[in-house]
Each structure stands twice: as C-alpha cells, then as structure tokens.
Design a protein around this ligand. Structure first.
Ligand code: PMT
Length: 421
C-alpha cells in the first residue's frame, strides 16, 4: 500500500483539518509549550486563535502566539480595538472548541464558579462551544480538595480533561500536575472531533488487533509465557474503535478490561490466536501488538512429576508467525499491516530487518529490556519504521501511543481514498 507510505511525514490530520481552536493560555510555566502546540495544530490543518491571560503573558509573549497562529493574540476584555474588531462573545463562538492549555488551579476555580473577570474567563462563560482543559500545576495544588471539587464540577458540565501526567514539576516537586504533552493534547482533540456523529474517519473499515501474551502449555498446570500485559494492544483497539473502525481484538490471557465498542476474542495459544485472526478476515487494518510465543512445547497430558530424577527436557516446536502469515500477498491481505518489534538491542536496525522479513507495511519498534519498563508498564517509547524511514516518538503513555498510531492510520486511509477518487 504505497500511498500510505507517502503520507507518513505528517501533513494534515483529517480530524483537525479546518477545525477552529480558541486556545486560552493561562499563567503557568507550561505556557511555554503553547508555541509548540500551536505549531503542531497548524501542521495538522487546524486554525488557531489565542487568548493570553495576564499571568500567561509572564511566560510567553503575545507576539510569539500571534506569529505562530497567524492571527491576532487577544488579551484585553475592555480593549476598544479588540471589541470593534472582534467582540468577546463572537470570539468565544467562532470556534469549534475552546482549549485551555495550561489550565491553572486559578482558571479552573474561576470556570467552576462562573467568574468572568478577564477576557479568558468571560469567553469561557459566554461560549456555546465545547471546552477542553489541560491542567498544569503543583502536585499539592492538584490534589487539594478545592481543585478536585472544581474538577468534578467541570466534568459534570461536560468539560473535557486531558492530563495531567505525573513527573518532575517545574516547582522541583515530583507527582501529578504536569501538563499533558503536546501529542496527547492533539490526540485528545482528534478523538473529540472523531466522536462527533458520523465523523469517525475509520467508520467504514474493519480492523484486527492482537494483544497480550500467548500461553503455551507444558502440562495441565504449567505453561511458557511472557510478560505482556495487553495494555498497548488493548489501547490500540480502543483508539481505532474511537475513530469509528469495526474492531476485533484477539487477545491472549490478560487482566486488562475489554475496551468499549470492540469485539474481543480470547485465546490462549499462538495456534488459537492464528485461527481467530484468520476467522476475523477480511479486514483492512491489522495491528499485531501481541507478544506471541515463538515456540510451543510438546504438551504432556498429566502433570510432570518432580520425582528426584533428572530435570525434564522440553521439546519445542515453532509456532506459526501470525503477522507474517497475515502480511503474505493474496486476496485477503489487509491494506495496512502493522507489526511491533520487541527488541533489547539494536532496536531500529533489527526492526527494519523484521519489517522486511515479515512483509508488513509499518513496524512499531519498542525497547523491551528490563530497564525500559515497557512490558506491563504504562508508557512506551516507540519508533515508527516504514518504507520511508524511521520516526522516533517521545515517551508517551501507551494510550497516547495508541491514539497517535490510530491518527496516523486514519490519515493514511484518508490519503489513499483521496488518491482513488
Ligand atoms: O502488553 P504490554 O505489557 O503493554 O507490552 C507491549 C508489548 C511490548 C508486548 C508490545 O508493545 C510489543 O512490542 N508487541 C510485540 C511483541 C513481540 O512479540 O515482538 P517480536 O519482535 O517478537 O515479534 C514481531 C512481530 O511479530 C510482532 O508484531 C508480533 O506480534 C508478531 N509475531 C511474532 C511471533 C509470532 N509467532 N507471531 C507473530 O505474529
């Protein structure tokens, strides 16, 4: 699917193309991320207009926001020029969504209590459009009952929340309160627009995702397994479903909850996974995130006894390669076949070789050495390997990796359909 390959070097994400985003930049250190956020949104075809609060102006200049957004940066509620050019009511209504990033404890409190003492809070109170906030503050401020109560109030009013994440905070403390990374905010916006009725860009497509480990029985009580938790694969299934795809998730034994709106087929062994995947065809999209055991043991019918003699020898035989089988040329080959590569050394080089060997279109390479914490952890650092090259993504929550990958898939299919029409 060569048209997909060409689309990889970013370009507009159809979900955000021509979307009008009113970005409210409040007074927190994370305001320094606003320029990058604007740049990334515009790269995806969104139109961005900014309101900068008095506090926000301590961290970023109106000139920077205006230059990057290509629009005037609005600051004053009682500015005669602003009001004659664009009344604050119009400003708040001429947007598809209002995004507050960073959202400080102060602006959240004002929003929760309906205060309107500057342009930002007035626009937030006057709007008839959806609102999303990306909170950012010190961990004690975030966990304070007052902030949590305000958060609850905002959630009950359908304000969308993205983040915050945990990590080192600008104040020197560590914990929750770090503003979501720019890709996470973009993914949240894309998800929001995808959920609008009939807007899912993958709504006419079938996707098959594998996830979790396989268990290869040795005897009735023992098995060969691995450390996969299913978090990454399940998140991918959820993200594809959110973009409207009809998703079948074939999962090995995991404790992860079934994602909403996804058909889940549970299996144990690699051979069962192979069969379930074949049964789920035809599909246009395949993502193999499962950690499939490469070998199966000759299973004994009865429990192997520890009888003081020599340790038993396991006879292993090679399992079918599900990804390579699905990627084989043929009438049922999905349009886009994506594999994962779990490597502990020479990550990118090994992944490139694996992509070619398994004939898949894209390969997501991740480091699974013990130090990385990828198996079972909540975050992942991946490299997307395609025919066009390698793209390294920052460390993201597995959910954000999944959303970004789903966005890419949607962009690729949009690109393909444009070429066909
Ligand atoms: O489940 P988590 O705890 O969230 O961890 C996520 C993960 C590390 C399992 C995931 O991100 C990941 O890397 N999955 C692929 C693991 C793997 O088996 O990698 P591999 O390099 O051995 O295999 C390469 C590809 O071939 C993979 O797409 C795999 O699904 C597929 N494969 C491998 C062997 C086989 N018999 N059949 C296959 O389909």
């Amino acid at each position: 699917m060569n048209t997909i390959m060409r689309d990889l070097t970013a370009g507009p994400t159809p979900l955000l193309e021509n979307k009008r985003i009113l970005l409210i930049v409040a007074g927190g250190i994370a305001a320094v991320k606003a320029p990058d956020l604007i740049r990334r949104l515009r790269e995806r075809g969104a139109q961005v207009r900014c309101i900068l609060t008095k506090g926000g102006a301590n961290f970023v200049t109106p000139l920077t926001l205006a230059s990057l957004s290509g629009e005037k940066c609005y600051q004053d509620l009682f500015s005669l020029t602003d009001e004659s050019e664009m009344g604050h009511i119009r400003l708040s209504r001429e947007a598809d969504i209002l995004l507050v990033a960073p959202a400080t404890a102060d602006i959240m409190a004002k929003m929760a209590h309906g205060m309107a003492d500057d342009l930002a809070t007035t626009a937030l109170l006057a709007t008839d459009k959806p609102v999303m906030i990306a909170p950012s503050m010190n961990v004690m401020m975030w966990t304070h009952p007052a902030t949590q109560a305000n958060l609850q109030t905002l959630q009950t009013r359908d304000v969308r929340i993205v983040g915050p994440g945990a990590g080192d905070l600008a104040c020197g403390e560590v914990g929750d309160g770090r503003m979501a990374e720019v890709p996470e905010i973009i993914a949240a916006l894309a998800r929001f627009f995808a959920k609008a009725p009939n807007r899912g860009p993958l709504s006419s497509l079938k996707a098959l995702v594998t996830s979790g480990p396989t268990h290869e029985p040795i005897d009735p009580v023992r098995y060969i397994g691995n450390r996969s938790s299913g978090k990454q694969g399940h998140a991918i299934a959820a993200a594809l479903a959110e973009l409207g795809a009809d998703v079948t998730l074939v999962s090995g034994p995991v404790t992860e909850a079934d994602p909403d709106g996804v058909k889940v087929v549970r299996v144990e062994t690699a051979k069962q996974m192979m069969k379930a995947c074949k049964d789920a065809l035809p599909a246009q999209i395949v993502v193999c995130a499962a950690a499939v055991a490469d070998w199966a043991a000759d299973t004994r019918e009865a429990k192997i006894k520890k009888d003081g003699g020599a340790a038993p020898t396991l006879k292993l035989s090679e399992n079918p390669d599900i990804l390579a089988t699905l990627a084989q040329k043929g009438p049922l080959r999905p349009d886009l076949v994506i594999g994962f590569a779990a490597e502990t050394e020479n990550l990118v080089e090994n992944a490139k070789a694996k992509r070619a060997r398994k004939n898949c279109d894209w390969l997501v390479a991740n480091d699974v050495s013990q130090m990385s914490g990828t198996f079972g952890g909540d975050s992942n650092t991946v490299h997307l390997v395609t025919a066009d090259g390698v793209e390294s993504w920052p460390t993201l929550k597995k959910r954000a990796v999944a959303e970004r990958l789903a966005e890419r898939i949607a962009a690729a299919f949009n690109h393909q359909s444009q070429h066909q029409s």
